[in-house]
Design a protein around this ligand. Sequence first.
Ligand code: AMP
Ligand code: ZN
Ligand code: FE
Ligand code: FE
Length: 281
Amino acid sequence: MPRRPVTHGGRRVDLHAHTCFSDGAHTPEELVALALGRGLAALAVTDHDTVESLPYARAAAGVALELVPGIELSSAQQGMDLHILGYYIDPQDDGLRRRLESFRLERLERVREMAARLGALGAPVDVGEVVSLAGHGVVGRPHLAEVLVRAGHADDADDAFRRYLGSRGVAFVPRPAFRPDEAIALVHAAGGVSVLAHPGPGLVDSVVEALVTRGLRGIEAWHPQHSPATVRRYEALAERLGVLVTGGSDFHGPGRSADLGEMAVPVRVMASLKRAAGVAG
Ligand code: AMP
Ligand code: ZN
Ligand code: FE
Ligand code: FE
């Protein structure tokens, strides 16, 4: 008999979690160990705009934990963030990998532009230092803020954002984003199932309906930022539109919003998700 996890109580799954390959605190191995410790029946690793953590998570999960390879694509339309989750994508898919690499370069270019503006404003930063601070992760404003503080150009991160990096800061450059229809198409071309992440209370139904006509196959109704009323609203909308309902904690690390496995997502979601992805089991 294989050993079962000790705390094998709730049959729950968590379909939204980040590692240090995007902006999470934990390595893929640590995340898998946490999921096992909490007795989760399945875990989806869904880093922002990268699949680099997935081979490590897969190796760590082995047969002990059911691992769903995932991604969360940063997409936006008319100033609205519409994050698109992709489940059961093939991390080796060439088209996906090429587009993620060009996206990574767009983000790097954006950091260079902000650094150039900072230099012109008398607060020069070393781009190499910014990039090395990000490590495996997605480079961005938090790393610029830290270098500004280290260089003595800002008192702390808040000050750096207020003066330079915030959306009204003098060195701000908007971040690159996928168009939602491109994000959906990328997920599908890589063999995955697309799901709208945390739509939130402010989004109007017509936006979700339009995404469904573009091929969107699910809605993340169970999310820590959703009130019970918002959860019910998206459950009902998913039913009306004939798409899946998914959920997860959007875990990034200790003390950062919800804890891993904290969103109660029923294990039956796995069967619908697998059917949609054409995955056996
Ligand atoms: P980026 O993706 O490069 O635009 O960076 C976004 C990240 O910057 C967010 O996830 C936050 O962690 C951080 N951030 C955004 N606004 C602020 C702020 N006003 N103060 C501190 N951190 C912020
Ligand atoms: Zn994140
Ligand atoms: Fe998100
Ligand atoms: Fe997320």
